[in-house]
Design a protein around this ligand. Structure first.
Ligand SMILES: [Fe+2]
Ligand SMILES: [Fe+2]
Length: 518
């Protein structure tokens, strides 16, 4: 929750209101007229308002963003059955995020409403849409809700368990009383989605965007419809991503203009997924290197590294590292600016480890740099380096995490022989997933040994011209059961072009979904 000067109600000068973080309100409402109405009255009260029309969109926003208050409709859009109660399933998420709620609904079921009021401490008021007096006073009601404090809401596992049990009973009762088979099935489906999303980690994996200066129509067509397809897949499979990875080759040649395009694309990606910048994790690829910045000396030094000891010494030396990382100036400036100081590449930091709590455990994402000796088209085939030093340092920072996921641009086969096996073994033993790009082909490999069980996912190129199949994937994994599935998508250039299930990469993948167990 955004910190709020709740006890200081003295009016602020208008300039300060503009500049200071305004209170953030989420409006979950499928009816456009009601949505517009809520927005107007809340913006008049200086709220920063975000809206969601569908259940899945609301889930994305609630899971990934912070709000000071929410206005929630209980009936959300479901074309087959307007009389649904999808909004009820959002209450538990709102409670976990400690967001006070005002429900504005036309659901006439008094029993359900009473149950919600008694079960959910964070529901301040339930307003009936037909009660014009209550609707007229909605702004004041929302403001009071925002300022209220709810006993028992703060992070209390016992309280959550109790609420969870009441919720299960509430839904079981609703299913029993359903008037149609559709209604019962819909409630069951939402309940199982609700259960799955609490137990799983879900991410979106894009790679190799190759954004060039010249904004060709084809790249815009593929990438614009990629964003539409992502949103559609999230809705269809109810896979709300907790975070997203872009495994390198964001630009075409590490130039500023190309990153300006990347910033625009990322803005739209975050908007479609509901994610925040902190949950968008990127690593550089060889196309993020500005080759004109690689001096002859830096090239000679990079080419000369063929034993682990020297590689570690060079990576451990501030001067050498800075000399070699000069090639990422454009990329570094972009990530520094775009991620607002949360830079993951500068002269001192050439990798990062990001941790967050998901599915009741800590997960760590290791953002590794496999392009720091990349300098020319001769990079391919056993010519690149990650450095054992880099891998061990990142793993040490991630030691506490229960689920570790490594991101790097290059597949292991591109690394020099002196470290190829070491880097692969270390990452596959210590991480459950390794995500990479570069090959411009989707590739799923289960890496098993007596000491390792890891899924290595090569994301194809999300856009790499006509000669490659453009692809991306969405992964959902349950760390408790070790089971997961990957939704594989592929661009078809037929007709105007469209994204479709990828049933062409693997004979045994049906409906574009691969199920696996680690
Ligand atoms: Fe690439
Ligand atoms: Fe690449």
């Amino acid at each position: 929750m955004i910190s709020s000067p709740a006890n200081d109600l003295s009016p602020l000068p208008s300039r300060d209101l503009e500049e200071q973080a305004r209170y953030r309100a989420l409006v979950v409402e499928d009816d456009p007229q009601w949505q517009a109405r809520h927005r107007v009255i809340l913006e008049e009260e200086s709220y920063q308002v975000e809206t969601a029309t569908t259940f899945v969109r609301a889930c994305s926003l609630i899971k990934n963003r912070s709000y000071d208050v929410a206005v929630l409709d209980l009936q959300l859009h479901a074309p087959q059955e307007p009389d649904n109660r999808d909004g009820v399933f959002l209450l538990r998420w709102l409670m976990r995020k400690q967001v006070p709620v005002v429900i504005v609904t036309a659901v006439p079921a008094r029993r359900l409403v009473d149950e919600i009021l008694s079960s959910y401490g964070h529901v301040y008021e339930i307003v009936d849409k037909s009660d014009s007096e209550a609707i007229a006073g909605l702004a004041a009601c929302v403001e009071k809700a925002r300022q209220s404090s709810f006993p028992g809401v703060p992070d209390d596992p016992a309280r959550f368990r109790e609420v969870d049990e009441r919720f299960e009973r509430l839904i079981a009762g609703e299913i029993e009383r359903s008037r149609t088979g559709w209604e019962a099935n819909h409630l069951r489906e939402l309940a199982s989605h609700d259960q799955a999303s609490r137990a799983t980690v879900t991410w979106l994996h894009l790679s190799d965007l190759h954004l060039s200066d010249d904004k060709t129509l084809r790249s815009s067509t593929v990438l614009d419809s990629l964003l539409v397809d992502i949103e559609r897949q999230i809705g269809q499979h109810k896979l709300v991503p907790d975070w997203a990875a872009v495994t390198g080759d964001i630009a075409f040649s590490g130039q500023e203009k190309q990153y300006a395009r990347a910033a625009g694309f990322f803005d739209r990606l975050l908007d479609r997924t509901g994610l925040t910048k902190e949950r968008l994790l990127v690593v550089p690829g060889n196309h993020d290197v500005s080759r004109s910045l690689v001096s002859t000396g830096a090239r000679i030094l990079g080419d000369s590294l063929h034993d682990g000891k020297t590689i570690s010494e060079v990576l451990g030396d501030d001067g050498d590292r800075r000399f070699l990382l000069k090639r990422f100036d454009g990329y570094a400036r972009f990530v520094g600016d775009y991620f607002e100081g949360d830079a993951n590449l500068d002269s001192d930091r050439y990798f990062y480890v990001r941790k967050f709590d998901l599915a009741d455990r800590q997960i760590a994402v290791l953002g590794l740099n496999s392009a720091w000796v990349s300098a020319s088209d001769r990079d391919e085939a056993n010519r690149l380096l990650v450095g054992e030093e880099q891998v061990r340092a990142a793993l040490a920072l991630a030691a506490e995490a229960e689920l570790r996921i490594a991101l790097l641009h290059h597949p292991f086969r591109e690394l020099r022989e002196c470290e190829q096996q070491t880097v692969e073994r270390l990452l596959c033993q210590e991480c459950q997933f390794v995500l990479h790009g570069h090959g411009h082909r989707t590739d799923l490999t289960l890496h098993r040994s007596p000491d390792a069980s890891a899924m290595v996912i090569a994301g194809g190129a999300s856009h790499a011209g006509l000669e490659y199949s453009n692809t991306y994937n969405l992964v959902q994994f349950n760390p408790g059961s070790g089971r997961g599935h990957i939704v594989l998508r592929r661009w078809s250039g037929e007709g105007v072009g469209f994204w479709a299930e990828d049933n062409l990469t693997y004979r045994n993948v049906k409906n574009g979904i691969y199920q696996f167990t680690l």
